[in-house]
Design a protein around this ligand. Structure first.
Ligand code: UAG
Ligand code: ATP
Length: 494
């Protein structure tokens, strides 16, 4: 790409050195620089990217974008000084990729819980409808059926624009993105134009990063305020009318709002909900009629997720009757109240609940058909939001027996994680087992016929982070092995 044309979009303070006529690509990581590329120095939470300029130049960078003085050989390299490199990267990358989000329908999903589930439902329905669709989020980047690993739920701006460009290039008509509050607060969505923005809910989480619920909510709200002001564009906000943040999210955008909910009046409203062990049915009132909906997803929270997905797909132009036809065949997203396949005499679910509200909702999903004990394994990560721990245990106390453990302990000792969880327990039927493998085994060892066990916290993840190392881990495999030992054979496959 023509270097001067690309640089002309930056509010440049000063350019020194030798500007190459063209550049090949852009990198924010010195280790990912390619010959003839641009290296942008980002001041991170851990290190300052300005420290890696030498390495970047060694790897072939020919332009360095910096906000501090850097020491390079100006005969080989151009140094472009700007005020704020984190903002500069958004501008550069969007220009470099040619604003790819304008070439497909972009759906953004934000909220404390339900982002992966709602995105997964939308993606599944679009694929069943024969559309090629991409989705990015906690599970990775799914490009019409091929899954690529990603570092974050909402990736850095460079990766984000790259993924959208790839999805557009491969002919995807829609890309659904999980939009985290961190991603919004850190500008990882710069240059991404959404057509439909969905809000699921806002409850306690991530206060280590945001400080207060107010600033957490404000960060989520950026998805709606950033929808824009050009009302000639067909854009929609899809909002949960039952969430107390609904009014504040609505106030942030001038675009039409499609509401969904169960308790309050809503454009897409679910009623007469029947929760079953194998699925859920409900009546749906929608702008194009009333419908009886049957789906395999369990729990009232899944009704909310389904309503959000239905409203977004309706906004995109699908008829409700078609959407619910595909919804009937949609399975739960990996690791979200996913039943462990076994014909042993107990029911086990793998779930990703790691916030107080998600724990409450996961438990509520199985209570209607509990025949004997409900055992709940609750894990929380080390070196992360500590304030939520006792509240998580308080919510888990609705279960008859609770196993307190860790999910990714990172560098934090088991003792402090367990003590802070234990402080919230409302009854004495619980055990503290720091090592998650032992905790999963313990939960199965205390189970009896007809019990339900929910293993929460790891969901789709097939690893555990202990210290700074990733170790292979599967709650389902450990649980099945232990259950078989206890109850005899009966595995029907993994
Ligand atoms: C707190 C936070 O947001 N951290 C993110 C941040 O990392 P950081 O600021 O520590 O980066 P850094 O290591 O200081 O590096 C600074 C710069 O130096 C560069 N560098 C570094 C080393 C080197 O050798 N050469 C080099 O050039 C880096 O590429 C970077 O540009 O930038 C990284 C790259 O974009 C992110 O991966 C990282 O997310 C970390 C892994 C993380 O845990 N983030 C969490 C808090 C998060 O964002 N979570 C939300 C989901 C929440 C949810 O809903 O559950 C998410 O969207 O994932
Ligand atoms: N709408 C919802 N309301 C409350 N809890 C939910 C909802 N949807 C899912 N959950 C619970 O939250 C857990 C996480 O769900 P999901 O992965 O869809 O949310 P998420 O917003 O993507 O979370 P994360 O950002 O942590 O990945 C599920 O395993 C389930 O227990």
């Amino acid at each position: 790409m023509d270097t001067m044309k690309l640089l002309s979009i930056l509010p440049v303070k000063r350019v020194t050195g030798t500007v190459p006529s063209t550049v090949t690509d852009i990198a924010v990581d010195s280790r990912a620089v390619n010959a003839g590329g641009i290296f942008v120095c980002i001041e991170g939470f851990t290190v300052d990217g300005h420290k890696f300029v030498e390495k970047a130049v060694d790897n072939g960078a020919r332009v360095v974008i910096a906000s501090k003085l850097v020491d390079v050989n100006l005969e080989k390299v151009a140094v472009v000084m700007v005020d704020d490199t984190s903002r500069a990267i958004g501008l550069l990358v969007s220009e470099f990729y040619g604003y790819p989000s304008k070439r497909l329908t972009m759906i953004g999903v934000t909220g404390t819980n339900g982002k992966t589930s709602v995105s997964g439902i939308i993606h599944s329905i679009l694929q069943q409808a024969g559309e090629s669709s991409a989705v990015s989020g906690t599970i990775g980047f799914d490009l019409d059926g091929t899954l690529y690993e990603t570092e974050n739920t909402t990736t850095d701006v460079l990766t984000t624009q790259g993924m959208i460009a790839r999805a557009a290039l491969e002919g995807c008509s829609t890309m659904t993105m999980e939009v985290s509050s961190h991603g919004l607060a850190e500008g990882r969505l710069a240059g991404t134009e959404f057509d439909i923005a969905i809000f699921t809910n806002l409850t306690h989480d991530h206060l280590d990063f945001h400080g207060t619920m107010d600033s957490y909510g404000q960060a989520k709200g950026l998805l709606f305020s950033q929808l824009g002001q050009d009302l000639r564009q067909r854009k929609f906000a899809v909002l949960n009318a039952d969430d107390e943040w609904y009014g504040r999210m609505k106030a942030l955008t001038p675009y039409p709002v499609l509401t969904y909910g169960i308790q309050n009046d809503a454009v897409f409203r679910g009623s007469n909900i029947i929760l079953g062990v194998e699925g859920t049915t409900f009546m749906l009132s929608a702008p194009d009629g009333d419908f009886h909906v049957k789906m395999k997803l369990i729990g009232e929270f899944s009704v909310y997720n389904a309503l959000a997905a239905i409203a977004a797909l309706f906004a995109k132009g699908m008829a409700t009757v078609d959407i619910i036809g595909y919804l009937a065949k949609t399975s739960s997203v990996k690791g979200r109240m996913e039943k462990v396949p076994t014909d042993l005499p107990l029911t086990m679910y793998i779930d990703y609940a790691h916030s107080p509200d998600a724990i409450e909702k996961a438990i509520a999903a199985v209570l209607p058909y509990k025949k004997n004990k409900l055992i709940f394994v609750i894990g929380t990560g080390g070196n992360r939001d500590r304030k939520k721990r006792p509240i998580m245990a308080e919510k888990a106390s609705v279960a008859d027996y609770v196993v307190l453990t860790t999910d990714d302990p990172r560098d934090e000792p088991y003792e402090s994680i367990l003590a802070e969880l234990e402080a919230g327990m409302q009854h004495d039927d619980y055990a503290c087992v720091g090592d998650r493998v032992a905790a999963v085994r313990h939960a199965v060892s205390v189970a009896e016929h007809d019990d339900i066990i929910i293993f929460a916290g790891k969901g789709h993840e097939d690893f555990q982070i202990i210290g700074s190392e990733k170790y292979p881990h599967s709650d389902a495999d450990i649980a099945l092995e232990e259950a078989e030992r206890k109850f005899g054979t009966g595995l029907v496959g993994k």
